[in-house]
Design a protein around this ligand. Structure first.
Ligand code: HEC
Ligand code: HEC
Ligand code: HEC
Ligand code: HEC
Ligand code: HEC
Ligand code: HEC
Ligand code: HEC
Ligand code: HEC
Ligand code: HEC
Ligand code: HEC
Length: 311
């Protein structure tokens, strides 16, 4: 029964050939069923350097730990059974993730990393959707000295910057978070693996933006919230990568930031979703005195005592 299936499955192979391939390892492609595990020691005989490098990474736990079911055959946990290749030494006979589609690379990794405690095992990120494979950021064999995981901030930034050139450049603006100086990294704000928030923003507590991890005075809960902060997020007024304007604001004049919402806008509609009350009449917007709204509305991120954020 098995033999019949094999013949049907491989189509062109005669029974004799399939059997001889199994026993002698002669050329024509053996049916998949003939592949078996040879163990990492065998791979090591020809790939000693790779073996030694792997030994220095956390993945060596696959080789040494019986719990995961791959003890003594860690190489084949990612490269699939290698009996045929170990005999032929041909590149055609072994799975090489570098030659797979991004989706297939991810599936290889997610065999073990699916549903971890961290979002690593989720595939909802922009990166998964845009065919950026795990191996774009993680080097399993440390080619060129690369680490499996970058932990140093400048190393993380350099990696992200290879693709996100314009975002990296915006950290050169006059008012910016100090990434170029190595004081912060992209993953302080973004989760490279995904997030429930838009733009893969890192969440701190619950579903709050990761900004609050550092700017905790903006967290509240305030008795009087400025609803923008919850509804649109910090990006409604700030350019957090970097800005030409003080306080990383989206507009040069504070008044222009505020009046985008607090002005005589038409009745809210689908096209004009932003809204906010109009400043009372005593606000003489021609007078310099009223140009800098935050001179008076000093608690505009939220106030414990005043509905209009004056204190
Ligand atoms: C008898 C020596 C030998 C053994 C044993 C061996 N390999 Fe290889 N392997 C080679 C050679 C030679 C190449 C280069 C082939 C080429 O470039 O055509 C290679 C290439 C590879 C490649 C890259 C293929 C590609 O697409 O470029 C992978 C992956 C690989 N080996 C994994 C393994 C694993 C896993 C094992 C153990 C199951 C193993 N090898 C055992 C000799 C061996
Ligand atoms: C956790 C998964 C994983 C394990 C375990 C693993 N490899 Fe690989 N291997 C890869 C990936 C992914 C690539 C593609 C290149 C890259 O991204 O680093 C690769 C590439 C290779 C190559 C091609 C040459 C190169 O450096 O690009 C060889 C040879 C190889 N692996 C051999 C081995 C051997 C031998 C072992 C066991 C000692 C092993 N691999 C264990 C994932 C793995
Ligand atoms: C056979 C199971 C298995 C496969 C397949 C696998 N991993 Fe792992 N991975 C592990 C284990 C075990 C660890 C060690 C940490 C742990 O125990 O969770 C680990 C750790 C890691 C770490 C974190 C190291 C650290 O310092 O915290 C990264 C990154 C990683 N793997 C990436 C990958 C990538 C990328 C692939 C696919 C090319 C992959 N893994 C495939 C089992 C696997
Ligand atoms: C865009 C780059 C990028 C991609 C794509 C990526 N990672 Fe990561 N990964 C990172 C960075 C950066 C860290 C370190 C995060 C930190 O220090 O906060 C990390 C950390 C990890 C860790 C260890 C720490 C943790 O958060 O649990 C594992 C395991 C891991 N990644 C696995 C994977 C797997 C599996 C995939 C593919 C499904 C993947 N990564 C895709 C960049 C990436
Ligand atoms: C191999 C190229 C590559 C690398 C490396 C890379 N990215 Fe991306 N990233 C992309 C692509 C492609 C997209 C989707 C198109 C876009 O929005 O620019 C994307 C999208 C994003 C997005 C927005 C979309 C979303 O929902 O996630 C963020 C945020 C992001 N990347 C952050 C990072 C960070 C942080 C790093 C470093 C840990 C990183 N990227 C490394 C290619 C890359
Ligand atoms: C201080 C927090 C912070 C840091 C650090 C940060 N980002 Fe962002 N990023 C954001 C926010 C917030 C958004 C959403 C923009 C908005 O709402 O206007 C965003 C949006 C993005 C996007 C989506 C497209 C876009 O440009 O709007 C990409 C891609 C991105 N960031 C990549 C990166 C990369 C790469 C780095 C590191 C070089 C980085 N970010 C560092 C907060 C940050
Ligand atoms: C890892 C910590 C950290 C995170 C996360 C973070 N920031 Fe910052 N932020 C800082 C530090 C430190 C400064 C001080 C500026 C400097 O480094 O020179 C700063 C400065 C600022 C400033 C300018 C303050 C001033 O006085 O000019 C604004 C606005 C700001 N951050 C907004 C944000 C927003 C919005 C987010 C989320 C998208 C965010 N930050 C995420 C650490 C962080
Ligand atoms: C409604 C617009 C608006 C929103 C939304 C907003 N900010 Fe601001 N933020 C401002 C303005 C305006 C200033 C400048 C205040 C001044 O001139 O004194 C400022 C200043 C700051 C500063 C520097 C001065 C200070 O008070 O510490 C930080 C840090 C900051 N914002 C962080 C954030 C974070 C984090 C978020 C999201 C949780 C956020 N902002 C949301 C408008 C806003
Ligand atoms: C993205 C839109 C938006 C921006 C930008 C914005 N606000 Fe608001 N603001 C609102 C909304 C919505 C409310 C809730 C009151 C309402 O529904 O009219 C509000 C409420 C207020 C209130 C309380 C008034 C009341 O009726 O409870 C004050 C004061 C205020 N904003 C001042 C400011 C100042 C000062 C700025 C500039 C630093 C600013 N706002 C920027 C949307 C915005
Ligand atoms: C000189 C101080 C001062 C300046 C500058 C100022 N405001 Fe006010 N604003 C007030 C006071 C006081 C109130 C409260 C009036 C009340 O309680 O009836 C107020 C109330 C408001 C309200 C709430 C209206 C309501 O629904 O009750 C909004 C919105 C507002 N201001 C927006 C702005 C904007 C936008 C700017 C900048 C263009 C600005 N303010 C500049 C003092 C100021």
């Amino acid at each position: 029964m098995t033999i019949c299936r094999t013949i049907v499955g491989t189509g062109l192979l005669a029974t004799g050939l399939a059997v001889s391939a199994q026993t002698t390892g002669t050329p024509p492609p053996a049916p998949a069923a003939a592949l078996s595990y040879v163990g990492s020691e065998t791979c090591k005989t020809c790939h000693e350097e790779i073996y030694n490098n792997l030994q220095k990474t956390p993945h060596f736990a696959i080789e040494t730990g019986a719990r995961r079911g791959w003890a003594q055959k860690s190489c084949e946990s990612c490269h699939a059974p290698g009996s045929k290749h170990a005999e032929s030494a041909s590149a055609d006979d072994i799975k090489n993730p570098a030659k797979l589609s991004a989706g297939d690379v991810d599936r290889t990794c997610l065999n073990c990393h699916l549903n971890e405690k961290t979002p690593v095992g989720r595939i909802a990120s922009g990166h998964a959707k845009d065919e950026v494979a795990c191996t774009s950021c993680h080097s399993v064999h440390g080619a060129g000295g690369a680490k499996l995981v970058d932990h140093k901030k400048p190393d993380i930034n350099a990696k992200c910057a290879t693709c996100h050139v314009s975002q990296w450049a915006s950290f050169n603006r006059p008012y910016k978070h100090r990434l170029q100086e190595g004081a912060m990294s992209c993953v302080d704000c973004h989760n490279p693996h995904a997030s429930f928030r838009a733009d893969s923003m890192r969440a701190s507590f619950g579903n709050e933006p990761g900004c609050l991890q550092c700017h905790s005075d903006k967290r509240g809960p305030f008795v009087y919230e400025h609803p923008v902060q919850k509804l649109e997020g910090c990006g409604a007024c700030h350019e957090p990568h970097g800005s030409a304007n003080p306080r990383m604001l989206a507009r040069h004049n504070v008044a222009d930031v505020c009046l985008e919402c607090h002005s005589n806008l038409p009745i809210p509609s689908a096209k004009n979703a932003k809204l906010g009350g109009v400043p009372p009449a005593f606000h003489d917007l021609r007078s310099a005195r009223f140009q800098n709204c935050t001179v008076c509305h000093i608690k505009l991120h939220g106030s414990y005592v005043d509905r209009t954020f004056l204190r």
